[in-house]
Design a protein around this ligand. Structure first.
Ligand SMILES: *Cc1c(COP(=O)(O)O)cnc(C)c1O
Length: 463
């Protein structure tokens, strides 16, 4: 079967009344979609609508839940208010203003992202970068701050509804390279967004090529966080600059670094189309590694088989299961969130059903203010039922790797709802975290660099 080129076509709130697939959806549900999409971002495309969603199963279809606004994403009072406005055809200005008030109440910037992690170069802040964990720098290229479609549960939703005015995004790549020269402790640069693969390859190349300079030999890996593999696989297949993108991946490999595509797959369906599988195959053919991650979300993937099937298929197609995340404490999280106890059960049961090759995955993990905290298990210790927790990443690297304990709580859905076990007053890291916040926070770590010189031979050298 030959995959034909396809022209990308986006659908947004304006198109809700025009999409033929929605004809079969009851009128009040369409009005509700219009009301909810005034508050949360909405964008799908022709591939998602025509090839991923099973319209016979709407509204329960997981990809429909993943991409189309759902009425219960707003709590009843807000929903009623927005429905009234939309129902009486209120002026756009009024709808926007009231939507804005709701948005501001929904914790638009979780985990202290705006203030806590911004790195500095020669005393100047570098917006569009984050350096929270010693080994990895996040980079938000300014023209990579949108996506081929939006996820209803997106934790960066605030930037897509205009709350951030791209405060978060970096305009130029030179500062990134300059910062990295000064920071030999960094091993990995993660391009994120939005979706960096929204950019034309020529633009992406301008960011990536400077990182391949021998002066930055400490950069082991360049990562690109993306949902294009799921939402627009044509980016790697038939788009005008698809071949050029694959060449760029090859260049990274030839420069002796790993290109890791951090692919966001929420459901096995996203891996089941010929387009998705062809895209993966071409990406892996460049020598890039594909690592897969997604949050656990009610109505979308909150079941054991979904995860076990997804991890198995990823391994089969040559990708590596990496993280299962917990829904963050922002936006429509009340609608999508799964309690930690249940999240852990789903993770463990799915993990038990896959071979060791898929057990590279870790989770369920919370990207919280102090770091990435995984629920490693449940236990009973001296009669007390507890969660066993562990830092996978910490603001202080010394927090990583040792278990700590929280009282078991069937309903807790985030770290801040957990209480320390065994009568402790606070978790072991809390005092230090508070001091970091008060100190205005710079790097919490010493530059620990391996003394062994890097000895990597590139293909040009051994051929
Ligand atoms: C997850 C994450 C990283 C990368 O962590 P890894 O464990 O290396 O994948 C880096 N920075 C931030 C802020 C993160 O949330």
């Amino acid at each position: 079967m030959k995959i034909e080129p396809r022209k990308y076509k986006a659908y947004t709130r304006r198109d809700l009344s025009k999409l033929p697939q929605l004809d079969q959806v009851p009128a009040e549900m369409r009005t509700a979609m219009s009301a909810v999409s005034a508050v949360f971002p909405f964008r799908v495309n022709n591939y998602v609508v025509e090839d991923l969603i099973d319209w016979n199963d709407v509204p329960n279809d997981p990809i429909f839940q993943l991409t189309f606004p759902q009425q219960d994403m707003l709590e009843p009072k807000d929903r009623k208010h927005m429905l009234d406005l939309v129902g009486k055809d209120a002026p756009a200005k009024e709808i926007e203003a009231d939507a804005h008030k709701i948005q501001m109440r929904l914790n638009p910037h979780p985990a202290g992202q705006m203030v806590f992690n911004i790195p500095h170069l020669e005393g100047e802040p570098l917006p569009g970068m984050q350096h929270k964990y010693r080994e990895t720098v996040l980079f938000f290229p300014s023209n990579g701050q949108t996506c081929h479609a939006y996820c209803t549960y997106c934790f960066r939703w605030a930037q897509f509804v205009g709350l951030d005015e791209l405060k978060f995004a970096a305009k130029e790549g030179e500062k990134l390279a300059a910062y990295l020269v000064e920071h030999p402790e960094v091993q990995s640069v993660l391009f994120t967004g939005g979706d960096p693969l929204i950019m034309k390859t020529a633009t992406l190349r301008r960011y990536i090529e400077p990182l391949l300079d021998p002066a930055l030999a400490h950069i082991n890996s360049i990562r690109i966080g993306t949902k294009a593999t799921a939402y627009w696989p044509y980016r790697f297949l038939t788009d005008n600059d698809a071949d050029d993108l694959l060449r760029l991946f090859e260049e990274v490999k030839k420069a002796g670094r790993q290109l890791a595509l951090m692919a966001h797959y929420s459901h096995p369906r996203e891996l089941e189309t010929p387009q998705a599988q062809a895209a993966l195959s071409r990406i892996i053919g460049t020598g890039a590694v594909v690592r897969c991650q997604a949050p656990l979300m009610r109505y979308i993937n909150d079941d054991v088989d979904t995860w076990a099937d997804m991890w198995r298929l990823q391994v089969r197609l040559g990708a590596v299961p990496y993280y299962m995340f917990v829904a963050r404490d922002t936006g429509p999280r009340d609608y999508f969130s799964v309690p930690l106890a249940r999240a852990h059960q789903i993770f463990r049961d799915a993990y038990q059903r896959v071979s060791g090759l898929a057990r590279t995955v870790r989770g369920p993990s919370m990207s919280a203010t102090p770091g990435k905290v995984v629920i490693d298990g449940e236990a009973r210790i001296h009669g007390e039922r507890v969660f066993v927790l562990k830092f996978l990443q910490g603001r202080n690297p010394e927090w990583v790797g040792n278990p700590f304990f929280a009282k078991y709580d069937e309903n807790a859905a985030w770290l801040d709802q957990l209480k320390p076990a065994f009568g402790a007053r606070e978790f072991f890291y809390e005092r230090e975290l508070k001091e970091m916040g008060e100190a205005g926070r710079r790097e919490m770590w010493r530059n620990q660099r391996s003394k062994r010189p890097v000895n990597v031979y590139t293909q040009a050298e051994w051929e």
